[in-house]
Structures are given as C-alpha cells and as structure tokens.
Design a protein. Structure first.
Length: 172
C-alpha cells in the first residue's frame, strides 16, 4: 500500500542554497524551492499510524543531541528522478543518520520504515532522460533537522517540529 502522508526527518537548505538549486536548468520550476530537502530518515505513513506515534517521535527528538554536519553535492544524476548527489561518502551525514537511528531505537520511538537513504536532493521528480553530469558544488552545513509530513500528490510539506544541532562553537 502506497503511503499517503509519509513522515520524514529531513534537512532543508537555507534560502541562498535553495535559490542556487532552483536556478539549475534541470530543476523542476513548478515545485517551489521551499520543498527542496534531503531526507535523512523515513519513519512511517502518518495517515495510517496510531495517534500516539507522532507525539512519541517528537518526544524522542526533543532529547536528541547531535552535531551539525556538512552536505555537498557536485553531480546531477537521473535515476527515477533527477537528483543532486556526490561520489563523496558523506561520512558525517551517514554517521548522523546512524546516531539518529540508535537514539530513536533507544527511546522506543516508532519508525516502521526506519530507512536512511543516501543523502541527495531531488530536483525533478519526473526525470528528464538526460545523462549524469558534474555541476558546481552546492552545499551547506546542516544545523537543524525537521520532522515533516509530506502530503502525496499535493506538493505540500507539513512541519511538525524543528531541532537545532550543535556546532563546534557550542559549549557542549
């Protein structure tokens, strides 16, 4: 059964980076730049979830403590959709995802899917049949994560919370 309202933990680029991505010729101009994101974790379909699951995830994220991390993409690839990717292993992002899974498991937060996809930014869900190509690097430091419900077929994100990540300058 296809999800109707999947719940994700994601990172969204800041406005200046959104603008750079939106200006790429292979970006779908019909989708607003505010929808650009990196999915860090897929949780479950909120439409079918018991009512206590969303508050449980929010409570778990309230106690999550992690460091900010960099993301940088330098390739455009056409798989099922057109995406920004990199051949760089994105070690800090992958370590963040692993720590997030461990924390949610420790807090017994529901996460039926619990998958951590390879970090990328989808810029055109329809695909464009063009080959992969290098692009000028586009990146940012992820300093907050968002809990977002995606409304399938409506190009809508409903934000259910945001959590700051600490930087090296923080006194933790």
């Amino acid at each position: 059964m296809r999800p109707r309202n999947p719940l994700y933990i994601m990172a969204k680029p800041p406005p200046d980076v959104q603008a750079r991505i939106a200006a790429l010729p292979r970006n779908d101009p019909a989708r607003g730049p505010e929808l650009l994101h990196v999915t860090l974790m897929k949780l479950f379909d909120l439409y079918r979830a018991p009512p206590n699951w969303l508050p449980a995830v929010i409570a778990a994220l309230d106690s999550f403590d992690a460091a900010a991390f960099p993301l940088r993409f330098d390739r455009i690839e056409n798989r099922k959709a057109v995406t920004l990717r990199t051949r760089d292993p994105l070690a800090q992002a992958r370590a963040f995802q692993a720590a997030l899974v461990r924390h949610l498991l420790e807090k017994r937060a529901p996460m039926m899917l619990g998958t951590t996809p390879e970090p990328h930014v989808t810029i055109n869900y329809a695909g464009d049949r063009l080959r992969g190509a290098r692009t000028d690097p586009i990146g940012w430091t992820v300093d907050e994560i968002l809990l977002v419900e995606s409304v399938i077929g409506k190009a809508t994100h409903i934000e259910h919370g945001r959590w700051q990540l600490h930087t090296n300058k923080d006194s933790r």
